[in-house]
Design a protein around this ligand. Structure first.
Ligand SMILES: [Mg+2]
Length: 248
């Protein structure tokens, strides 16, 4: 491989943790009765977005802020009868927007990998399903200013898994799509989507979800559920180096 492109959220930046810290830090009297297990379930409802409000944002049906409000309203409804409307919702959104960026952190294996890519002269960039400027600020906040190439959904006017967005990333780092690795935590949208676009998609399965489903272990290739494409699966970013030429 000649170059590497990365997804951002939950691949380079631990967004799930940032969301969790933020949700629990926002003052909300209606949730003051929640115990530890409740908080875990509440945060999971928000972060996993079972009603797919983020997809509606990507489809242009909701604004970024609206998808956020819908998500927290759904999560909250499981724990309090208090409505999430008007000033309560406005104040919550303001707090969330202020607090969330303070929790953006890169995973510990990101900088060592970027160091290794730099040492080998391998170009890299990010391709993300959010708008460019928001993700630029997120990378910078997480200490990843060195990732100079960033393609957002407003860069080419489409979102993953549209092939054009991955291919624009390859174009910007100057590598042929078929010689470009795309690494992300979402098997379908990242790994399989990139493969369909002609790149080499790799599924970053930090939590070992592939193994939970009783699939392959011990190799880098995950044998997925019946009907799913087979894509390389890695458990952490250091494994990206195995796809690159050895250092001479
Ligand atoms: Mg992601």
């Amino acid at each position: 491989m000649d170059g590497v492109l990365f997804d951002i959220d939950d691949t380079l930046v631990d967004l799930e943790q940032a969301m969790g810290h933020t949700l629990q830090a926002i003052p909300d009297p209606a949730l003051s009765h929640l115990g530890d297990d409740d908080w875990v379930r509440y945060k999971a409802l928000y972060t996993t977005d079972p009603q797919r409000h983020y997809d509606r944002f990507l489809a242009g049906e909701l604004t970024f802020e609206e998808q956020r409000v819908h998500r927290v309203r759904h999560a909250r409804a499981g724990f309090t009868p208090e409505p999430f409307l008007g000033r309560v919702a406005e104040a919550w959104v303001r707090s969330y927007e202020q607090m969330l960026p303070q929790h953006f952190r890169a995973y510990e294996d990101v900088v060592p990998l970027l160091d290794a890519l730099d040492a080998r002269g391998v170009p890299y960039g990010a391709v993300s399903n959010n708008v460019h400027d928001y993700q630029r600020a997120k990378l910078d906040r997480a200490g990843l200013q060195r990732i100079a190439v960033l393609v957002g959904i407003d860069t080419v006017g489409v979102a993953k898994p549209d092939p054009a967005i991955y291919r624009e990333g390859a174009r910007l780092i100057g590598t042929a799509p078929e010689r470009t690795l795309y690494v992300g935590d979402n098997r379908l949208v990242d790994a399989e989507g990139a493969c369909s676009a002609g790149l080499v998609g790799v599924w970053l399965d930090r939590a070992g979800r592939g193994e939970e489903r009783g699939t392959d272990s011990g190799t880098t290739t995950g044998v997925l559920a019946e009907g799913a494409s087979e894509v390389p699966r890695i458990a952490g970013l250091p494994a990206v180096l195995q796809f690159l030429p050895p250092v001479r």
